[in-house]
Write a protein that binds this ligand. Structure first.
Ligand code: BES
Ligand code: ZN
Length: 458
């Protein structure tokens, strides 16, 4: 191991140069203008997998963006790790808020700034460099490795699920290893054992069949924006409970043990509010902030469209109004069922003065991984070696929809070994990755590979 760790520390600058080249490809999955970049990024990765010594490299085309595969299966009798990550990123806009260009990696104050630095290109790269360290030094790895890198995580992973079904044999493994979450805080390593699910909906209201003069018609027509606002504001009660009929029916209650384990974590509400620039936190009453973030479902309005939003004033009574609404789900809520309940509820409460359509945009199931599995125990030990500190157990509020499918289709649990930080501006301007976590991550993953065979035997 000493030689591996020395290699990781001797090659830091080259690793960053290579990461710059990966980062410089604007692999924004949601925008059609970037489809060529998505292809280019997949090709860049496939070349890189080859350079670090992986075999059987393939680019699988899908109806959407390509999936990149590679493996090293030279350790018969040893466990097989399936590494999953995503090379697609969120759009960089608004560009004017970036201090340095989003697709040009820039180091400031010990952080590496770029779109995808933390979510998830930087974290994917942690794995590639750890694999490289073994293959270049020993010509072998302590475990078998298979890696899949997809380009559609940020848009719901729609084509990955059929891919898993079609390639069950190719993807056969003992566990999945994913670095696409955050550590608890700077200097506080953690293993994540739960993710929330998601149900993403759109409400479209239509009132009059064209925009009207608000003077000639105001007073005689229910403004669809007002109707929409009334609907949205009725979706929570004054205690922050969600008022969609049946919404909480399948929610698993937090156990006493889990509540007290959350309470033992080093958390401070005041500090959290201050960092966000708000005077006071807000949420469902009867629960602590961490409980609300990780183990309680939520309903958020992501955006409202409608009416005149240009500069200046225009007296108009608009024909249409829409809202995008997402619900974060917890075990055992199912996105399809929640989408149906939501649609039924919205139809029930929409006033007869407007027409309504409710669309289901996408969804993903919540996921939990067993903490006493050999994979999680290996992660705990590896983090302690990589960061020199005992890690914590935590859940997360975000979603990685494919995690549940790994279990359902391939029959294997995922280990969520994340090296991001909660405040790294993921999905926002000035996204960054804390460089200590980048290098600590490479060391940790190396320890993970080294120690997994021992933990699997126990
Ligand atoms: N890396 C995130 C998942 C994540 C977010 C984990 C926050 C932990 C904390 C991932 O890339 C992501 O953003 N997922 C989407 C999924 C959605 C598009 C189905 C999310 O959570 O919104
Ligand atoms: Zn993301």
């Amino acid at each position: 191991m000493n030689q591996i760790l020395k290699y990781i520390s001797d090659n830091q600058n080259r690793f960053l140069d290579e990461l710059n080249s990966f980062i410089s490809i604007p692999s924004v999955s949601t925008s059609i203008e970037n489809s060529k970049d998505m292809k280019r990024c997949a090709e860049w990765l496939s070349d890189h997998l080859k350079n670090i010594g992986l075999s059987n490299i393939q680019i699988f085309n899908t109806p959407g963006h390509p999936i990149v595969y590679g493996d090293w299966i030279g350790a018969p009798g040893k466990p097989t790790v399936l590494i999953y990550g995503h090379y697609d990123v969120q759009p960089a806009e608004p560009l004017e808020l970036w201090i340095s260009p989003p697709f040009q990696g820039t180091i400031r104050g010990g952080n590496y700034y770029a779109r995808g630095a933390s979510d998830d290109k930087g974290q994917v790269f942690i794995h590639l460099k750890s694999i490289e360290a073994f293959l270049k030094n020993n010509g072998s790895l302590p475990v078998n490795i298979k890696i899949i890198l997809e380009g559609e995580e940020e848009i719901g992973s729609e084509n990955l699920e059929p891919f898993l079904r079609q390639h069950k044999d190719l993807l056969k493994a003992d566990l999945v290893l994913i670095s696409d979450t955050s550590m608890f805080a700077r200097g506080v390593p953690s293993v994540c054992y739960g993710l929330r699910g998601l149900s993403y909906m759109q409400i479209d209201l239509v009132g009059p069949d064209k925009d009207l003069h608000s003077g000639s018609y105001g007073g005689s027509v229910h403004n669809p924006i007002q109707a929409l606002a009334e609907i949205i504001s009725s979706l929570h009660d004054k205690n922050g409970k969600i008022k969609v009929d049946g919404f909480y029916d399948d929610v698993i209650k937090l156990t006493k043990e889990e509540r007290s384990s959350f309470k033992r974590l080093p958390w401070n509400d005041k500090k959290f509010a201050k960092e966000l620039g708000i005077k006071k936190l807000y949420g469902e009453s009867g629960f602590t902030t961490l409980e609300r973030l990780w183990a309680r479902p939520t309903l958020e309005c992501n955006g409202i469209l409608g009416g005149f939003t240009g500069e200046g004033a225009k007296t108009v009574l608009p024909s249409k109004a829409s809202a995008k609404i997402s619900m974060r789900l917890v075990p055992n809520q199912k996105p399809d069922k929640i989408a149906k309940l939501f649609e039924k509820h919205i139809k029930k409460i929409t006033p007869s003065t407007v027409k309504v359509t409710v669309k289901n945009l996408h969804g993903g199931e919540p996921a939990m991984t067993p903490i006493n599995s050999p994979g999680v125990q290996t992660a705990i030990s590896a983090l302690e070696k990589g960061f020199g500190k005992k890690p914590l157990y935590q859940r997360e509020g975000g979603s990685i929809p494919i995690v549940v499918q790994f279990k359902k289709i391939l029959g294997i649990d995922s280990v969520l070994l994340g090296f991001g930080l909660p405040d790294e501006n993921a999905h926002a301007p000035n996204e960054f990755l804390y460089l200590e976590n980048f290098f600590g991550g490479i060391r940790t993953v190396a320890h993970f590979y080294n120690e997994l065979p021992g933990f699997m035997k126990k």
